[in-house]
Design a protein around this ligand. Structure first.
Ligand code: S3P
Length: 438
């Protein structure tokens, strides 16, 4: 169904407290890991988005039992070996995380199995995970980099040495999951990226040595015959929160408290970047939950934001937040520079290109290369023109960035495919309505 959102007015000042839906990365990992335990696993606040629903549908096809109640999700998995069936097709929908991580788990699935996805996912690069998985012994029946993909695992996958150079948690995690089902010890040397899989493995007492250094994750994992159940209370998603953080920063006389958000250090690049730009953001009530850091985020409208030459050390920990950071740069004084970001064009849509395109439509000058973006900021930016956002491969984050731009900069916006938020943040518009009339 086509659905368009029209915004013709900036948001009014607000003072509010909100909760954000469950973290997407942890939700998908919970679904996949609980499918490997024969015991009952329960998750509270599991994200009820299309990406996570796709994950639940996949594990059901692989033999897990799933129960959904008003308050929690429950999975009774198959154990380390999935139930084998002929001609299975797994649909990863829009989710790169699901598509790539589940491939790791199929390493010991001995029948041919097909992975499909939507238009956006089918265009994305799967060779980044099939290459290391081939070393374990996975057979790949496709010459294309994208989907659909047919694979076939083996009885006894061999452990491997894997060097990950992109800083991709999806690649690292796919290999970690395959390692669980392999003989011997797999050694992973990976450029730093989000570490939810490591923290969950540690909590599950999986045989893992994690010698992570400042810029590098060094992980050794031994195959296991079984894993424990995983009961989890999933914290709010920092990536979804980031749209509301920026909405507050760019709206006069406003403040917002976002309760119970995952602020794992490998995820909060956006907080470091925005603070360097002069944003008022405080992390309060910080606590530990099963190895994850959780806290409340307090934000106040911030005038006098300044440009940033963004250190590349934040690229991985802010990878999903750059679109909304670009919007802050557009409203800041001076020229901002974001570099070594070719990975952004590998997301649900080519986001470096889309970020630049939207800013240009708003009247902001940019200089775009294959892997970098310069943004010529203007704190007085006001928009009086019509802006039409469409054909963006339904990238949920392009949609949400456009909404926040419309509400903070003005103009007449027509944004297509409102349904795209269902991918990661189904209650985005509802949360917005709680804050102010839209
Ligand atoms: C994710 C890792 C990131 C991120 C994605 C979720 C994960 O991708 O962009 O939205 O849950 O592991 P890469 O690891 O490919 O950078």
């Amino acid at each position: 169904m086509k659905s368009n959102l029209i915004i013709k007015k900036k948001i009014n000042p607000f003072t509010k407290k909100i909760f954000i839906e469950g973290d997407k990365s942890i939700s998908i990992r919970w679904v996949l890991l609980s499918s490997l335990s024969k015991k009952k696993s329960r998750a509270y606040n599991l994200l009820k988005s299309e990406d996570v629903i796709s994950a639940l549908k996949c594990i059901k096809k692989l033999g897990s039992k799933v129960k959904i109640t008003k308050n929690y999700h429950e999975v009774i998995g198959t154990g380390i070996n999935f139930k084998e069936k002929k001609n299975l097709i797994l649909d990863a929908g829009n989710s790169g995380t699901l598509g790539r991580l589940i491939l790791g788990l199929l390493i010991n699935f001995k029948k041919k199995i097909k992975i499909i996805g939507d238009k956006s996912l089918s265009k994305r690069d799967f060779s980044r995970v099939t290459l290391p998985l081939k070393k374990f012994g996975l057979k790949i029946f496709s010459k294309k980099k994208g989907l659909p993909l047919i694979v076939q695992g083996l009885e006894k996958p061999e452990s491997i040495f894997y060097k990950e150079k992109k800083g991709s948690a999806q690649c690292k995690s796919a290999v970690m999951l395959a390692a669980l089902k392999s003989e011997g010890e797999t050694f992973i040397k990976a450029k730093k990226s989000r570490n939810h899989t490591e923290l969950l493995f540690k909590y599950l007492n999986i045989d893992m040595k994690n010698n992570s250094k400042k810029n590098i994750d060094m992980i050794k994992i031994k195959g296991v015959p079984k894993i424990n159940s995983l009961n989890y209370n999933i914290p709010g998603d920092i990536s979804s929160s980031s749209f509301f953080i920026v909405l507050t920063l760019l709206t006069d006389n406003s403040q917002l408290l976002i309760k119970n958000v995952n602020i794992n250090p490998s995820r909060i690049g956006i907080i470091h970047i925005l603070k360097k730009m002069g944003a008022y953001i405080k992390l309060i009530n910080v606590r530990n939950y099963k190895g994850e850091k959780i806290g409340d985020i307090f934000v106040k409208s911030s005038k006098n934001l300044k440009s940033i030459n963004c250190p590349t050390k934040y690229n991985s920990s802010a990878i999903d937040e750059f679109l909304i950071i670009f919007l802050v740069a557009a409203k800041s004084k001076g020229v901002s520079y974001f570099k070594n970001l070719s990975e952004l064009n590998q997301k649900e849509s080519p986001r470096l290109i889309w970020g630049s395109k939207i800013l240009n439509m708003m009247g902001v000058k940019t200089k775009l290369t294959e892997n970098s973006l310069k943004i010529y900021g203007n704190p007085k930016l006001k928009i009086n023109r019509k802006i039409l956002i469409q054909n963006y491969l339904k990238d949920h984050r392009v949609f949400m960035m456009s909404v926040i731009a419309a509400l903070t900069c003005g103009g007449h916006w027509y944004i297509s495919d409102m349904d795209s938020v269902k991918t990661s943040f189904p209650s985005f518009l509802k949360t917005l309505k709680k804050i102010s009339k839209v």
